[in-house]
Design a protein around this ligand. Structure first.
Ligand code: ADP
Ligand code: MG
Length: 326
């Protein structure tokens, strides 16, 4: 969730029948009621859009939604020592670490996704992720270093969450360290959308780095139209998706990566190999009613591959659906 490159994987189409770059003012014209805010958060850019006849009220709602995103980032980033995740990862083995109920809820969701995907989604890869993080390295780690990090890790099955009333704890088992980078962004998007709904907003779009949730429909009752970027041509659009009340997330190898000796190493890890996943897919786009599920499912689908992901997703209550692969 902390990257210096600022990219967006999806454009937001805000006009009736028009898709394209978020900044084109012509789209704001039709109703004159779409109010927008772009803020840097979670290592990328959040684009928020609220439909409201009252500009002042929309501004307050947009600020509150952005605040939710910052709040979730502050709790769950692994790059800050004072976050729940930072404190957990620094705690001595075997200790119970108090965390917010929000973080406990995301960890529970993450464990659910780990179980549902046979461990393709694994929120405990932090020790391995650190060694391969494109934000910090430009070559594969030393074999011995990698072997010891991988053998230390006991994976998601060693992760324990307890919740009692308002209090929550995670237990630091040997070899567990948390990385919620594959799911927290989606959870934050849901919280921002919930906040807007709670403030009486009926129509809005919350996008963070291209993962997004639609609240209600776009102006004139039309679905929101969203473009998925082409992984081979970041300026191009390969597909448009219509969305009313739902979420969409894309995971791919084209956003954060380094290249070494002609091989591209991206930021999604294959837990079995303790190394960046290398498969045929460049990107996977998943829809689900909730962004938390679309986010985790997209990350998992990237690792599993199209067919295995479809098999795993079949019948899940979270209703993830792969709508595009490239
Ligand atoms: P992005 O964060 O770019 O939107 P993803 O949602 O696919 O992309 O999440 C990728 C992030 O998830 C990585 O940066 C890392 O923090 C974490 N991660 C990497 N591999 C896995 C995995 N197999 N399971 C769960 N999380 C992962
Ligand atoms: Mg994800």
């Amino acid at each position: 969730m902390n990257d210096v490159r600022l990219d967006r994987r999806a454009f937001l189409g805000l006009g009736a029948g028009i898709l394209g770059v978020a900044l084109t003012p012509v789209w704001l014209r039709p109703a004159g009621r779409i109010h927008r805010l772009s803020v840097p958060v979670m290592g990328t850019i959040a684009d928020l859009a609220v439909v409201d006849s009252d500009a002042g009220r929309a501004r307050v709602a947009l600020d509150a939604a952005a605040g939710e995103l910052r709040h979730v980032e502050a709790l769950m980033t692994r790059f800050v020592a004072s976050s729940d995740v930072g404190r957990f990862n620094a705690a001595p083995m075997g200790t119970r670490v108090p965390v917010s109920h929000e973080t406990a809820e995301v960890v529970r969701a993450a464990i659910g996704w780990a179980r549902a995907t046979g461990g393709a989604f694994d929120p405990t890869l932090e020790p391995v992720a650190r060694l391969w993080d494109p934000a910090f390295v430009d070559r594969p780690p030393d074999r011995d270093v990698l072997r010891s990090a991988a053998s230390e890790s006991r994976g998601w099955t060693a992760l324990e969450v307890q919740v009692r009333g308002d209090a929550a704890w995670l237990t630091r088992a040997p070899g567990t360290a948390l990385d919620l980078g594959g799911i927290a962004k989606g959870w934050g998007i849901d919280r921002a959308a919930d906040r807007l709904a709670g403030m009486g907003v009926a129509s809005a779009l919350v996008s963070v780095g291209g993962d997004l949730a639609a609240l209600g429909a776009a102006p004139e009752g039309r679905p929101w139209r969203v473009g998925i970027r082409d992984p081979r041509d970041p300026e191009g659009i390969i597909r448009t998706v219509e969305l009313t009340d739902g979420a969409l997330a894309t995971s791919g190898d084209y956003e954060r990566w380094f290249e070494h000796d002609g091989v591209r190493y991206a930021h999604i890890l294959d837990p079995k190999r303790a190394a960046p996943h290398r498969g045929v897919l460049r990107s996977v786009t998943v829809t689900a009613p909730r962004a938390v599920d679309a986010d985790a499912a997209a990350t998992a689908a990237f690792v599993l591959g199209h067919d295995a992901a479809i098999e795993r997703f079949d019948g899940l209550a979270e209703r993830p659906r792969i709508i595009h692969t490239a």
